[in-house]
Structure formats: C-alpha cells, structure tokens
Write a protein that binds this ligand. Sequence first.
Ligand code: ADP
Length: 274
Amino acid sequence: LRAGRPARQMPFGPDSLTRVIAVTSGKGGVGKSTVTANLAVALAARGLAVGLVDADVHGFSIPGLLGLVDADGLPPHPTRIDDLMLPPVAHGVKTISIGMFLRRGRSDEPLGAVAWRGPMLHRTVQQFLTDVYFGDLDVLLLDMPPGTGDVAISVGQLLPHADVVVVTTPQAAASDVAIRSGLVARQTGQRVVGVVENMAGLTLPDGTTVDLFGSGGGAEVAAALSHEGEEVPVLASIPLSPELRADGDAGTPVVVTHPDDPAAVAITRLAERL
Ligand code: ADP
C-alpha cells in the first residue's frame, strides 16, 4: 500500500456505470462474508464483470472463502503494474483484501493481525478503491465490517451513491443491530435496497424444518428500514446449510460446488433479483 502521495481519482464516483453494492450487518457471525462471497461468484456466473472489495479489514475472510490462497495457504500478493495493483481473480471475481498485504511470518506463525485506528482504515479502503485496477465493472461488491464503525463511515463518504444490502439472522437480537447499520448507511446518503435473512430454517433429512435462530428477523429489519414511498424488501431468505458452511471452510463456494443446495439456490436467486 502507498503512503504520502495524493489520492488518485476514484473510479467508482457518481458518474461511473458500475453499480456499487455494500453488504453490511449489525453484528459479526451472521454470515455476511459468506453471503457476499457467494453472491459475487453467482453474479460473475451470470456473465457480469464483478469486483469484490473486502472492507472487513479487521475480520477479513474473503480470500479464504474464495479459495484465494497460495501453496502456503496464504492469500496471494496482487501483481503490481507501476503504482496500480491487479486484483487476484477467483471464480471470475476480481478480489482485493488486506489479507493480501499482511506481512508473512514464518510458516508456523499466523498472519499478522490488523490493529489500526480510523485514519489508517480510511486510507486502506480509499486505496482499495483508487489504486486497484478493476477495469470496467458491472458490479462492485463491498464486504463491510459489521456495525457502524470507522470503515462504514469512510465507505459512506467515499461511495455515497452505493446501494446497501443488510444481512441479518431471523433472530430479534440480530435484527435490532442490523436496523441501526441500515440507518447509518442511509444517513450518509446511501440507499438501502434490501435485506437478506441468513441462517433461516434448517431442513432435516425427514423433511421437517427447525428454526434454530427463530423467525421473522428479515421482515422486521425490512419493515423498520422502509419509509414513505420507499419499501425495503426482503431479497432472500437463506436457510442454514451444512454444505454452505463446509464449502466456505474449503474455499469452494457452495454456488459453484453444490448449486442445488437450498442455500446456493437462494443466493443464486438473490443474484438475479439484485
Ligand atoms: P460474518 O461475515 O457475518 O461475520 P461469516 O460469513 O464469517 O459471518 O459466517 C460465520 C459462520 O457461519 C461461518 O462459519 C459460516 O460458514 C457460517 N454460516 C454462514 N451462513 C451460514 C448458513 N446459511 N448455514 C450454515 N452456516 C453458515
């Protein structure tokens, strides 16, 4: 990453033809990154030119979810051309993540952790948007950090015209915080285009469904974020899926590996609705 030079012009400004979609959630662990990675792959499979910015700087997980790892199991470094970086591509998705820049320790050490404050986070997100050569994109997805912290505010300033998708679980405790992230996004001028409910009912082999995390969270968030004349829909309800989880761990997105899995079907439909 570059320090101390004037910022290049932002290619995803209001005049750009690229649709920018920031995927956010109120809290961690609701499956935001898993959904974003699979959504990016599903959009690319529809023939769209897709970029994915892993803006979840402290909790980055996109390289692993997309199987973007080298022989040492570490995210690859982007190739540099002059002072532009070429994003690695996985399943047709041009991807950039802080995980690709962290210092590599010895192979028996974990990747360095990110312990940065606001200004450093802001510069990182800004450089992901200006110094990475994505080329012409139809869609740029951002995997946002959960909640309403520094990065959310930076992205709101840098991409005020972005569409926002809010991910929640069906549980009331998750939906309350999800509503707050949607409201903060809207305060920066972004448009909340829909809610994705993840971790909905798990279907057992005997055909019965267990609502492990309750039900109704998606509809609750959508209703709370709707306002005069602008209804916010529930765009998808993605069931709990052992396959989705295992494929995420393996870095082989479920929409590619098990397209008939109910969670994969729901995400593929989400890609068609967006
Ligand atoms: P977040 O980005 O919101 O922190 P992650 O995408 O990292 O959440 O997901 C948290 C965990 O939940 C991961 O282990 C992931 O595999 C799992 N997970 C996400 N969605 C589902 C689902 N629909 N069914 C089963 N496991 C899921």
